[in-house]
Design a protein around this ligand. Structure first.
Ligand SMILES: Nc1ncnc2c1ncn2[C@@H]1O[C@H](COP(=O)(O)OP(=O)(O)OP(=O)(O)O)[C@@H](O)[C@H]1O
Ligand SMILES: O=C(O)c1ccc[n+]([C@@H]2O[C@H](COP(=O)([O-])O)[C@@H](O)[C@H]2O)c1
Length: 221
């Protein structure tokens, strides 16, 4: 099957809150992979962790503030608009029906997401809907053995060109600029009364302050 247009990138996350680690990776992916756009998709009801204290609406609002002014990045609210747990395979099926059978879709996963991939709902079907682009993350390693490692290596390609030649089914690993930033660190700083400034965009920090988010004794996870 030959591809007809530039790939669309998909970066799902809890984004609790979004930070420069997400945003810098997203922009580098647009440029390295020649994406038409990269869609940041806030997870409404995480299938895999406790519901965040911060609502999906608030997390999506912060993503929207973060990407304002960068037309190659956008916030995609589809997981807020459907019922039930936010399974990625359902999100990809929805994107596939919207973008058509030929358009390359690239699902971006950091190393920590890959580490738990075999617990994801219908995880082997992800490659039926999209390519997988794995991005390195400071402090994490890719699994070297096991079903996920084998599955990834069976589908691995060596360069970005392969992703434009088919709509789905390839796995590419990339090392982007490493930024050791995690939402957990930002929540922890805020809960301790310290500033996370410069780890995330100013409008997102303003939103956090206006709405008094992450001030509790826990870390808001
Ligand atoms: N600094 C970073 N560099 C590269 N990838 C990242 C980085 N931070 C998050 N990601 C990736 O972005 C996606 C969404 O991440 P998520 O919203 O859970 O952020 P997080 O910082 O990992 O949050 P938390 O600390 O709450 O777990 C995941 O695939 C994750 O691996
Ligand atoms: O579909 C699943 O079963 C599944 C299980 C765990 C995580 N995910 C998705 O992986 C993305 C990153 O998750 P997280 O915890 O790093 O924010 C986010 O979009 C989640 O919805 C998806």
């Amino acid at each position: 099957m030959s591809a007809v247009a530039a790939p669309i990138g998909v970066l799902g996350g809890t984004f609790n809150p979004i930070h420069h680690g997400h945003l810098r990776s997203a922009l580098e992916l647009v440029e390295i992979l020649g994406l038409e756009q990269l869609r940041l998709i806030p997870c409404a009801r995480p299938p895999h962790r406790e519901a965040p204290d911060c609502s999906a609406e608030q997390r999506a609002a912060m993503v929207e503030l973060a990407v304002a002014g960068e037309p190659r990045l956008c916030c995609d609210r589809r997981e807020l608009e459907r019922e039930g747990l936010s399974y990625t395979v359902d999100t990809l099926a929805s994107l596939r029906s919207e973008w058509g059978a030929q358009r390359p879709l690239c699902l971006v996963l950091g190393y920590d997401a890959v580490a738990t991939l075999d617990s994801w709902h219908r995880w082997r079907e992800l490659l039926d809907y999209a390519h997988i682009v794995i991005i390195a993350r400071p402090g994490w390693e890719l699994p070297h053995v096991g079903s996920v490692a084998e599955w990834l290596s069976e589908h691995r390609v060596s360069g970005p060109e392969a992703l434009g030649k088919a709509p789905a089914g390839a796995v590419l690993s990339l090392a982007l600029r490493p930024l050791a930033i995690a939402s957990t660190d930002i929540r922890t700083l805020l809960a301790a009364g310290r500033s996370p400034r410069f780890l995330l965009p100013e409008p997102v920090l303003d939103y956090i302050e206006i709405h008094q988010l992450y001030r509790g004794t826990g870390n808001g996870a």
